[in-house]
Design a protein. Structure first.
Ligand code: ATP
Length: 359
């Protein structure tokens, strides 16, 4: 392919700040490599509400379908007007609509940062389409019911198809890493639901005899991660457990602000930092853009593999190395103990792109 079409949805809260910083760095890296990217800016969140009367319009979804990949900023859906409260939030809708079944969330301790665990290098494979996230576990409608004024029922959904494909993705990843998978569940209490998750993951494990397999209850896993986070390689778990554990691993590795993620189906991919819209620091120019930037690195690696295009790999490496060199110079945002702003960090990374040797 000569050129790629990449959609960018800035979203809410710190979204505009981190997306702008990210864009600056990608463009510097793309300029340094012979690669043509067409950027498509699309409204999402409050921008969507103001421009199109909805946080995520049908038109936006149709346009996304025509793009090779997407970069999604965070959304502050809790703050949206009442009329949107009964709908899926934008990222839930994108994951559901495009069946982006794998949310891949690495956590690698950053050297020269305030990482609580120094030797952490793991990746969480979070099932992304069902489980306890009721906004995406039904074909139509949401899986929650207010039965009476005083009674609410929230469903969890576990299917063989969804568990099999996330487990396969996790085991395939383990084969390229340290060949170890940890299955996280709560089968002693939620016996049918997460018990089924465990059972199907174990069935998939049988096809990968070279991979060491262990399993933990979600509560014990939280403790093990804090105590010995460096011992884990690939973790596979259901939707909500994965969301919670990845905030924990992000913070243990240095800061939630550095935690990247990618959402994928077999054919499409969306970069999305693991953190939310952080309204408490919005507009202060102190948000850490590294999570967003590393999510983009993951996106380019995914695209490079899909199209067997080495130029995309070079962009990903250039971004990664320039970010690493910037951190090495102690230029980091306040969440990592530094005094850089979001924009000065991006400028420093761009300077490293210009100074760095060709990769
Ligand atoms: P969501 O439910 O959408 O994941 P949330 O409300 O649970 O979002 P976040 O928005 O992720 O939580 O914020 C959690 C904490 O982490 C906040 O104190 C926030 O300021 C901090 N934080 C999140 N992202 C960043 C970032 N990129 N840089 C610095 N701090 C961040």
């Amino acid at each position: 392919m000569n050129s790629y079409k990449v959609a960018v949805l800035a979203g809410d809260g710190i979204g505009k700040e981190i997306i702008e910083a990210n864009q600056q760095v990608i463009e510097a890296c793309v300029d340094a490599t012979v690669l043509d990217i067409e950027w498509v800016a699309l409204p999402m969140g409050w921008e969507g509400i103001h421009k199109e009367g909805t946080p995520l319009s049908e038109k936006t979804k149709e346009t996304l379908q025509t793009c090779d990949a997407w970069i999604l900023g965070p959304h502050d859906s809790a703050a949206y007007p009442q009329q949107f409260k009964g709908e899926r939030n934008p990222s839930g809708e994108l994951r559901h609509h495009f069946d982006l079944f794998a949310n891949v969330r690495p956590a690698k301790s950053m050297q020269k940062s305030n990482a609580r665990i120094r030797d952490m290098d793991l990746v969480i494979y979070r099932e992304n389409t069902e489980g306890y996230y009721v906004d995406r576990n039904m074909h139509t409608g949401l899986g929650e019911f207010k039965v009476t004024e005083d009674v609410v029922v929230s469903t969890g959904v576990f299917t063989r198809k969804a568990i099999t494909r996330i487990a396969e993705a996790a085991f395939e990843a383990a084969m390229e890493r340290r060949k170890k998978v940890t299955i996280v569940h709560k089968a002693n209490v939620i016996r049918l639901g997460t018990g089924f998750f465990l059972e199907i993951c174990r069935e998939v494990a049988d096809k990968y005899p070279e991979v060491d397999v262990e399993d933990y209850h979600i509560d014990a896993m939280a403790a093990h991660l804090v105590r010995r986070g460096g011992d884990f390689d690939v973790i596979v778990t259901e939707n909500m457990f994965g969301d919670i554990l990845s905030d924990l691993t992000g913070e243990l590795a240095g800061s939630l602000g550095i935690a990247p993620s990618i959402n994928t189906s077999k054919t499409q991919a969306m970069a999305q930092a693991a953190h939310g819209s952080a309204p408490d620091i919005e507009g202060k120019n102190i948000a850490n853009p590294i999570g967003m930037m590393h999510s983009t690195v993951m996106l380019f690696e995914w695209l490079a593999k899909k199209h067997d295009d080495e130029r995309l790999t070079r962009v990903a490496r250039k971004m990664e190395e320039s970010i690493a060199r910037t951190i090495h110079r102690n230029i980091v945002t306040p969440d990592l103990g530094g005094s850089a702003t979001t924009s000065s960090f991006a400028e420093a990374v761009c300077a490293e792109v210009a100074n760095g040797t060709e990769v």
